[in-house]
Design a protein around this ligand. Structure first.
Ligand code: SAM
Length: 296
C-alpha cells in the first residue's frame, strides 16, 4: 500500500489507508490518513501518516508496524514479559525493531548491553526523525549497539551462549521478515541463548491465522524444550488478540509468581501503561479457541 493507493471512504475524504496483509483471511483494516507525513521508497516501502485516534502511524510495505498512540502495549509486552520473567538479564538481543520501541523498554532494566539488529537503516532514520517518542533516546544510550544487518545472518554468526534474552521484533513472515520465522533461525537462537535464557517473538493474530500458529508452535518446539504463548491486545493490530511466543529451556520461567514480578517492578520503579505483574500472569491464560491451535 502506498498512501493514495488504499481504498477510499464513500465520500473520498479524508484519504483512507487500507492494510492488505490479511487479505488471505478475507479481512482488511482501514485508517484515515489525516495527513501524510513522509514516504520512503527504498528496499521496503515506508510511510508515516497521521490519524486522529492513533497519532502517527508507520507502515512497512503496507502493513501497520507502529502507532504513537498504542505502541506501548506491544513494546511493553515484548520487553517486560521476558525480562521480568528472567529477572537477571545482562545481555539482550533485539532482531528487527528498528523503530526503537522495544529497545526503549529494555533499557528501563539494568542490562549491561543491548544489541539491536535491523535490516533497514531507513526505518531507524525515519522513526527517529518523524516518530521520536517511540525510541525516546534509546539509540543514544551507551548500552545499545545498533547493527544494520539481516537478523538471521547475525544469529548464525554469533557466539554460543551470548544472550540472556532474545526479542524477535519482526514484521509478518513475508519478505525480509520471513528469515526470522524459520526452524533453522530458531535453532540458531537456541544456540546463542545462555542457560536459562528466553526468546520471544510475535506470533500473529490467532483468530485470523490459527493454522499458521499451529505450525509456528511446532517449529518452535523443535528447538526449545518449553514453548508457551501469551496474548496482548494492540488496537491497531486488528482481528483479535495478538499472540507472542515465549520459548526457553526453563519451564519455570513462564510461571514467575506475581510477588516476584511485583518485587522486580518495584526495584526498577517500573510502572507500565499495559504491563503489570497481574497482566503478565493473566496474559499466559489462553481462551480454548487459541489453546486448541497450539496443543494440536
Ligand atoms: N511491531 C511490528 C509488527 O509486529 O508489526 C514490527 C515492528 S519492527 C518496525 C519490524 C522491523 O523488522 C522492521 O523495521 C524491518 O525492517 C525489520 N526486519 C524485517 N526483516 C528483518 C530481518 N531479516 N532482519 C532484521 N530486521 C528485519
Amino acid at each position: 500500500m502506498k498512501p493514495g493507493e488504499g481504498g477510499r471512504s464513500a465520500s473520498s475524504d479524508p484519504q483512507w489507508i487500507t492494510e492488505t496483509v490479511a487479505d488471505a483471511a478475507g479481512f482488511r483494516t482501514a485508517l484515515s490518513a489525516d495527513r501524510v507525513v513522509r514516504e520512503v521508497a527504498g528496499e521496503q516501502h515506508l510511510a508515516v501518516f497521521e490519524n486522529r485516534s492513533f497519532g502517527r502511524v508507520l507502515t512497512l510495505d503496507g502493513a501497520i508496524q507502529v502507532t504513537t498512540g498504542d505502541e506501548f502495549v506491544y513494546h511493553e509486552m515484548m520487553a517486560h514479559v521476558p525480562l521480568m520473567a528472567h529477572g537477571a538479564a545482562a545481555y539482550v538481543l533485539i532482531l528487527g525493531g528498528g523503530d526503537g520501541g522495544v529497545a526503549r523498554e529494555v533499557l528501563r532494566h539494568p542490562v549491561a548491553g543491548v544489541t539491536l539488529v535491523e535490516i533497514d537503516r531507513a526505518v531507524v532514520d525515519l522513526m527517529v526523525a518523524e516518530m521520536p517518542s517511540v525510541s525516546a533516546g534509546a539509540f543514544d544510550d551507551p548500552r545499545l549497539t545498533l547493527a544494520i544487518a539481516d537478523g538471521a545472518d547475525f544469529v548464525d554468526g554469533a557466539a554460543e551462549a551470548s544472550f540472556d534474552v532474545i526479542i524477535v521484533d519482526a514484521p509478518d513472515p513475508v519478505g525480509a521478515g520471513a528469515a526470522l520465522f524459520t526452524g533453522a533461525f530458531y535453532a540458531a537462537c537456541r544456540r546463542i541463548l545462555r542457560p536459562g535464557g528466553v526468546m520471544v517473538c510475535q506470533s500473529g493474530m490467532p483468530f485470523l491465522s490459527g493454522d499458521w500458529l499451529a505450525g509456528h508452535a511446532q517449529t518452535l518446539r523443535a528447538s526449545f524444550a518449553d514453548v508457551a504463548f501469551y496474548l496482548s491486545v494492540v488496537p491497531s493490530y486488528t482481528g483479535g488478540p495478538m499472540a507472542h511466543a515465549f520459548a526457553t529451556s526453563d519451564s519455570a520461567l513462564k510461571d514467575a509468581p506475581a510477588h516476584l514480578l511485583a518485587a522486580r517492578a518495584s526495584s526498577l520503579r517500573l510502572a507500565g501503561r499495559y504491563w503489570t505483574p497481574a497482566i503478565h500472569r493473566a496474559a499466559f491464560v489462553l481462551p480454548p479457541y487459541i489453546a486448541a491451535h497450539i496443543t494440536r
